[in-house]
Design a protein. Structure first.
Length: 238
């Protein structure tokens, strides 16, 4: 069985485990502390980062993009008969999501309102693009990125959508207040069960303990008093 080496609240890891869950592939997870990385991990991880996938043959694969590509190459596809152009577009949409994982992490750790608003404004831009893309499919059945069919694009955006949901539940801060199609997408992904299946049982406790602690603006019970879209569809806070 393959093994995933993980840090419990890492979004890059969740993208990998969500894909494994979606494909119903067996795996085991070993959690490590990033502040006290074990020597065995450092010995086999060239970049010292998670996720790390250890194949059944004992080969350690690193970098989440490479791991996702490997999983897709050695298992059945989520979608059949995709053209090379569609595969390229899916990878591009996936890349747009993954490059904003750390943007979301830094936003949630903001210590004051100005920093939160600045970072959330940056984070809102890819979601504005997703909202526009999803709006083109208003008449499609289903609310996943491509309608009813779960795709690699859904898997790539899942960590962002999951974390936004938890933040809203605990603080009332709604990143998608003016993005009904993204909200419907988020709800549809939640219904798949992958939010919970791709993380540890105590994920939400660990997540809120770090991102909603008394060291963060959101964790202090404060939030922007208003979120709205301006002419550039950026998040604004008063």
């Amino acid at each position: 069985m393959i093994k995933i080496v993980s840090f419990k609240i890492c979004p890059f890891v969740q993208r990998v485990t969500a894909l494994l869950e979606a494909k119903q592939l067996a795996y085991q997870v070993e959690y490590i502390s990033l502040s006290d990385k074990p020597q065995w991990f450092l010995d086999i991880s060239p970049n010292g980062q998670v996720p790390l996938l250890i194949t059944e043959e004992g080969i350690a694969l690193f970098e989440s993009e490479a791991i996702v590509e490997y999983i897709n190459e050695v298992s059945h596809p989520l979608e059949d008969n995709l053209t090379p152009e569609q595969k390229a577009l899916d990878r591009a949409w996936g890349y747009m999501a993954a490059k904003h994982y750390l943007v979301q992490c830094s936003a949630m750790r903001s210590a004051d309102e100005d920093t939160l608003c600045e970072r959330m404004t940056k984070l809102s831009k890819p979601f504005a693009k997703a909202e526009a893309e999803l709006a083109k499919r208003e008449n499609a059945s289903g609310h996943l990125f491509k309608g009813e069919q779960l795709s690699n694009v859904d898997i790539a955006w899942l960590p962002l959508l999951h974390r936004a949901q938890i933040i809203q539940q605990h603080t009332g801060f709604d990143l998608f207040a003016n993005k009904p199609n993204v909200k419907a997408w988020q709800a549809a992904l939640f219904e798949t069960g992958l939010f919970g299946a791709s993380v540890a049982d105590d994920f939400e406790e660990a997540f809120t303990g770090f991102y909603l602690s008394d060291k963060t603006y959101l964790g202090q019970g404060a939030k922007c008093c208003e979120t709205r879209s301006n002419s550039n569809d950026e998040l604004a806070c008063c």
